[in-house]
Design a protein around this ligand. Sequence first.
Ligand SMILES: Nc1nc2c(c(=O)[nH]1)N[C@H]1C(S)=C(S)[C@@H](COP(=O)(O)O)O[C@H]1N2
Ligand SMILES: [Mo]
Length: 447
Amino acid sequence: MSETLEKVAVQTEESRTQTRRAFIKGGLAVAGTVMFTKAAEAAYDPKSAVKAYAGKKEITDVLTDGPQRRMLGKGIMSSTYSMPSVYEKEVRKRTLEWLTPDTLATISMTPIQSMHGMIVPNGLHFDRFHGGAPDIDPATHKLVIHGLVERPLMFTMDDLKRMPSVTRIHFLECPANGALEWKGIQVNSVQWTHGMMSCSEWTGVPLSVLLKEAGVKPEGKWLLPEGADASGLVRSIPMEIALDDCMVAYAMNGEALRPGQGYPIRLVVPGCEGNMWVKYLRRIKVTDKPLHHREESSKYSELMPDGTIQRFSWVQETNSVITYPSPDYKMSGPGRYVAKGIAWSGRGRITHVDVSLDGGRNWKEAKFTSVALPKAWTRFEFEFDWDGSEMLLMSRATDETGYVQPPMAQLRNAVGTNGVYHRTAMVTWLIHDWKGNRAGEIENVQF
Ligand SMILES: Nc1nc2c(c(=O)[nH]1)N[C@H]1C(S)=C(S)[C@@H](COP(=O)(O)O)O[C@H]1N2
Ligand SMILES: [Mo]
């Protein structure tokens, strides 16, 4: 992680409050006008989000047997691999045409707005290719560990499956996540602002076990993992990270990796940049030094305001986003709502998430609705009453190292707008006034 980002990152509880104050003093302006709701603190009325139909004709209609009750449904084996209901066909990976001059070297995005819980189904995991997804027969695929090792080793898929395994839940995020709107708003969906990310349960062999078998020589300080695809993607990984919690994974969410995710094997580098998670892994070379920047496949580096480059960055910073309500939804009138979102950190566990309804003036702690595992999506919710006036909805995550997700302006001041990686500042959803002509619409705004 770069020094400048480190500065943004490490904030104590105290500086967190200062930041907030400085930020508010800096002023808030959204398209010239800002109105703040005062309704948030209203007493909880459990009925306010629930429509009362009791005694009405609708209830009788619902209780009358429908056609599905009077005929048989589809039997077992009508499909040997179940697909989602046809009514869920809007929930799809998507890509932006202007971002996709070439489908072999670009990115599709996960529909974060439609995801629940901690796990993204395999069919909706985003894909990032540098040379398309190869078709690899696991019967012929091999992994080689060589370089500065006592015993160069070669593993077949059978060999790997005979070895001890580990199963863990981790997010996988391209460090370019958030980059699309870094110079200004240009996308109005959380699928575009945060969809270069998924979270899955990964199963594979701990990398430390494989490296121990090979016997790393004392001079062996770096790993150069390489993919078998056309891109032959290579990244330099320091030995401390490799020996920590990395794995060579063959399964995700209980089944074999999907071809887009590196079938038959990929590197899992928890908490670190997606580009280090080398897919179609065919060899790991142990070396005494990293690749020169010009050799590193995709030159994933931080471009600073003065145009210089920060040599390496690995960890994905603390981040969070409210996925509901968000720009894909519409408010259905004043009343009680539950804001729902995800928080994650490459440095460990999320310890708390705050939500603001007034553009960052006031913050309230959200409650977790999932377990908070290290380097995994953590789910939070926050109940609020909407009085129908304009509202600025935001979330801010803190992790166990004390890192607090920075406001957009603070991060921009620190890293500028040249680069595209590690843009993890808070985002803001503007909920339009219920009486206005954009009643209930939700818009991505920056200030
Ligand atoms: N072999 C290989 N590994 C690769 C890539 C690639 O193109 N080829 N893309 C990298 C990048 S930039 C990212 S963000 C992640 C994306 O993983 P996914 O496609 O499973 O979402 O894989 C990384 N590993
Ligand atoms: Mo990436």
